[in-house]
Ligand binder design. Structure first.
Ligand SMILES: Cc1ncc(COP(=O)(O)O)c(C=O)c1O
Length: 448
């Protein structure tokens, strides 16, 4: 039996488990590294502990000090746990879109949580990282962990996660599959395993910029790279070493979330969405390989963090990832003419000429996609109303259209029961498939 003088000695050495059911029909084996079994509940315990130990060694963090970090949750939890064990204060800046369970968790460890606006340009003072750096600066004894650029983050994976996987597989691992958030996990683990000839595969949300996407929002948390449309210089973390990756596999939200849910039901593995992304990627990689290959996927955190999201059927259905138990569905009652969009800064004169009943006003982003990620739609406007406005007041033609639009339209899932969706909506409905808007129109009145 393992016994430890400190909880911190229980970080790492996580189990490696073979997948047996979701892999049906595949020749290659897929094994998963259960990082959610770290004491703080995620892969981030490794980086948190390593960054703190290194800061102590360098004299950047001293007794009585305050650890400050910007984190979508897990690094914050890791740091809060380490802080509690070592007697530091912890302040964690989080984007205001993260799952509420994650905020409660940080507070449970005694950390101070500072929510900030999620969708702001990288340059904004309110951006998670900029705000965390400022708080650290202004706090006596404050130290900014900065997981994104801190070399201790990838290094601990090179020193621990990589060697563990090599030893646990008895040197049989041929492929490593992991997501890229800060890049610490894949860069460090991959760097070690590459020395042994292992192929390193990054998995990335389909619209993430890491693998060439347009940077538009997606619903799997903590992996990939979102780019705010107003960001000028899209800085990637220094913890991410692109040269370690042999290739990327791009996984859309639907596939990630479907696999996440299957892992719970078919393997008894309750894991988060980024673990679903990793396993979805691992299954695709394994499908190309013969029985001599062994694919290892890293599962970063537990599904308990996401019970109100990926494991909630209503949440899944309203975003268009799942169908309601009974129809007729929203998709059966809409006209399916598609989505007409205008950028928020387009002029009233230009939008007035569009041939559509309703136009979705979106945050500006160059895109040739016929759909838009749901969070990008910020309003609705009727070209006919704009034409009437211009007839009375031609001087408004140069106004940005957003000033004449309604607020964000209510979103409904294409697979929602049409009558139930209709009862929720007041005004036009933004119809979603896989978290992306495909139509904006009034639903017919519920019959009866
Ligand atoms: C749930 C989850 N998945 C994946 C990652 C990505 O790991 P890394 O930052 O090492 O790239 C993180 C990191 O915060 C995470 O919290």
């Amino acid at each position: 039996m393992d016994i430890h003088e400190s909880l911190l000695d229980a970080v790492g050495r996580t189990p490696l488990v073979r997948l047996n059911r979701v892999t049906a029909g595949l020749a290659a084996q897929v094994w998963v590294k259960l990082e959610f079994l770290n004491p703080g509940g995620s892969v981030k315990d490794r980086a948190a502990l390593a960054m703190v130990r290194e800061a102590e060694r360098l004299g950047d963090l001293a007794p009585g000090g305050t650890i400050v970090e910007g984190s979508s949750g897990n690094t914050g939890v890791g740091l809060a746990m380490v802080a509690a064990q070592l007697g530091y204060r912890a302040v964690v800046v989080v984007p205001n879109t993260i799952a509420r369970e994650k905020i409660a968790l940080l507070r449970a460890y005694g950390a101070q949580v500072v929510p900030t606006e999620a969708k702001v340009p990288r340059e904004s003072p309110e951006h998670v990282n900029n705000l965390a750096a400022r708080i650290a600066d202004e706090t006596p004894g404050g130290w900014y962990a900065n997981q994104y650029d801190n070399p201790a983050n990838p290094r601990i994976h090179e020193l621990t996660t990589g060697p563990e996987i090599w030893e646990q597989t008895g040197g049989r691992v041929t492929h490593l599959v992991a997501g890229v958030g800060t890049g610490g996990t894949i860069s460090g683990t991959g760097r070690h395993l590459k020395q042994h000839g292992v192929t390193v595969v990054g998995v990335d949300p389909a619209s993430s910029t890491y693998s060439g996407g347009d940077g538009s929002p997606y619903f799997v948390e903590s992996v990939g790279h979102y780019r705010h449309p107003a960001t000028v210089d899209d800085v990637w973390p220094e913890a991410y070493d692109q040269s370690v990756l042999d290739r990327f596999v791009r996984i859309g939200d639907r596939e990630s979330l479907t696999v996440t849910r299957r892992l719970a039901r078919e393997e008894g593995l309750l894991v988060g969405g980024s673990a679903g992304t990793a396993v979805a990627g691992a299954l695709r990689v394994a499908a190309e390989l013969g029985p001599e290959h062994l694919v290892v996927a890293v599962l970063p955190d537990s599904g308990r963090n996401y019970l109100s999201k990926y494991f909630d059927d209503a949440w899944m259905t309203q975003l268009g990832f799942l169908d309601a138990p009974a129809g007729p569905f929203v998709r059966d009652v809409i006209t399916a003419r598609g989505l007409t969009v205008a950028h928020a800064d387009h002029t009233v004169a230009a939008v007035a000429q569009l041939d559509a009943d309703l136009v979705a006003v979106v945050t500006p982003r160059p895109s040739r996609e016929p759909t838009r990620s749901a969070p990008e739609v910020v309003g609705a406007v009727r070209p006919a109303d704009l034409r009437a406005l211009l007839a009375g007041d031609p001087g408004r033609g140069g106004d940005p259209v957003v000033g004449h639009a309604t607020g964000t339209p209510t979103a409904v899932g294409a697979g929602e029961n049409a009558a139930e969706a209709g009862a929720r909506v007041d005004g036009p409905a933004l119809v979603l498939v896989d978290g992306r808007a495909v139509a904006l129109e009034h639903l017919p009145d519920p019959i009866g």
